[in-house]
Design a protein around this ligand. Structure first.
Ligand code: NAD
Ligand code: ZN
Length: 364
């Protein structure tokens, strides 16, 4: 098992990564139980439970834990305050109190919503994250950002609430739909571009193995990506500085998701498109060489297909300005300087942004 420390000031914790770890989850939960009599609330989705519920529940039973499973729907449209409220009502009915513990068992939607539930239930319960998608294993479960969407936009309601531990078992990715799996890999590629040239190289050389979900290859990219995320988050808990580099590909990506109504693209796919746009911008403002831009675009293409875009460029550009991460009206871009190194840039000429988004539509 690989153990990666997230060095958050008040509440440091580990991300444990290991094949078959789910079978030993009970032991970890037991270790972190606030009190002997504490109740455990496993929040999961019907799909995740169908595939992996037995394994987790078996492990909790062997550890003689008192637990209850609560189901919530996942997928982006389900990520609403409503599912948090319903789960909270069920917890009260089942006798939850301040000594209870929440286990968030699922993809990023369950992780964000159950993490938020833990943050606010009786003003805060401890939470353990057990992520089950590529996106959540290498990104969403780490760093303590929790929340749900509003009609007006994604993740507009939320709280920082760090987990006590994150348990990552790459074996559970075996049942993930092909498109979900592929989409998550763009976040790993992002980690390579911003901080880890060796990860980038590995993803270039081993694209075939990774896409076949060869266990050692998948585990390696998860471990490397978690290291990147953990180190960035440790340096900047609340996203005021360096943490913003994790948004590489996301400035344009978020705008594309919004412009297509959050139904056309999976998040990772939007990031894939966004990284191509950011690479084009970096080349045009001479932040990187054309060769670096090509390398990034080619590696995104190696993990394609990405759903074709039929968007209005003006609309996409306008949405960037209204993104919640925009600071005082200035749109910030994370731009590659070389593979493994990026910088944050404001004041990119609008014509260059426009051209970069326009270029996406011509990508086959
Ligand atoms: N908190 C953060 O820092 C952070 C970072 C990145 C993304 N996110 C959030 O994560 C969400 C996206 O997460 P996601 O991509 O995991 O989506 P998701 O949670 O909706 O899961 C995608 C699909 O995979 C299914 N699934 C999950 N695990 C499975 C498994 N092991 N086998 C088979 N099917 C499985 C789910 O039922 C769902 O249909 C977004 O809402 C995004 O905002 C948060
Ligand atoms: Zn992302």
């Amino acid at each position: 098992v690989d153990k990666i420390r997230v060095k958050i000031s008040r509440t440091p914790y580990d991300v444990l990564i290991g094949a078959g770890l789910l079978r030993r989850a009970g032991r970890e939960v037991l270790r972190l139980l606030p009190e002997k009599s504490s109740q455990v609330f496993v929040v999961t989705s019907p799909d995740v439970r169908r595939h992996w519920g037995e394994v987790l529940e078996g492990s909790l039973e062997r550890a003689r834990l008192k637990y209850k499973v609560l189901e919530m729907n996942d997928g982006e449209p389900a990520k609403k305050l409503e599912i948090v409220e319903r789960a909270a009502e069920q917890m009260v009915e089942a006798g939850a109190d301040r000594k209870s513990l929440v286990v968030a068992f699922g993809g990023g939607v369950v992780g964000d919503a159950a993490g938020f539930l833990a943050a606010i239930f009786m003003r805060g319960l401890p939470v353990i994250q057990i992520p089950t998608t590529v996106v959540s294993q290498l990104d969403a479960s780490i760093g303590g950002k929790t929340g749900v969407n509003l009609k007006a936009g994604k993740n507009l309601i939320g709280a920082f609430h760090q987990p006590r531990v994150v348990l990552v078992d790459p074996d559970v990715l075996a049942t993930l739909a092909e498109r979900e799996f592929r989409s998550g890999l763009f976040e790993a590629l992002k980690c390579g571009v911003i901080r880890d040239a060796r990860l980038f190289e590995f993803m270039k050389k081993r694209a075939g193995l990774i896409l076949e979900r060869q266990s050692a290859a998948v585990r390696r990219i998860i471990v490397d990506s978690v290291r990147v995320k953990a180190s960035v988050v440790s340096a900047d808990e609340r996203e005021s500085g360096v943490r913003r580099i994790l948004n590489f590909g996301h400035t344009v990506g978020h705008a594309l998701e919004a412009a297509t109504g959050y139904t056309h693209l999976l998040h990772g796919e939007a990031v894939g498109w966004g990284m191509i746009a950011a690479a084009h911008i970096a080349r045009e403002v001479r932040c990187c060489t054309p060769a670096v831009c090509d390398e990034i675009c080619s590696l995104v293409a190696a993990y394609a297909p990405l759903p074709a875009l039929a968007v209005n460029t003006g609309d996409v550009v306008a949405r960037m300005a209204s993104d919640k991460k925009t600071v005082g009206g200035a749109v910030h871009f994370v731009l590659p300087q070389k593979i493994g190194k990026v910088k944050i840039a404001a004041g990119v000429p609008p014509a260059i942004v426009h051209a970069a988004v326009d270029a996406l539509r011509n990508y086959a």
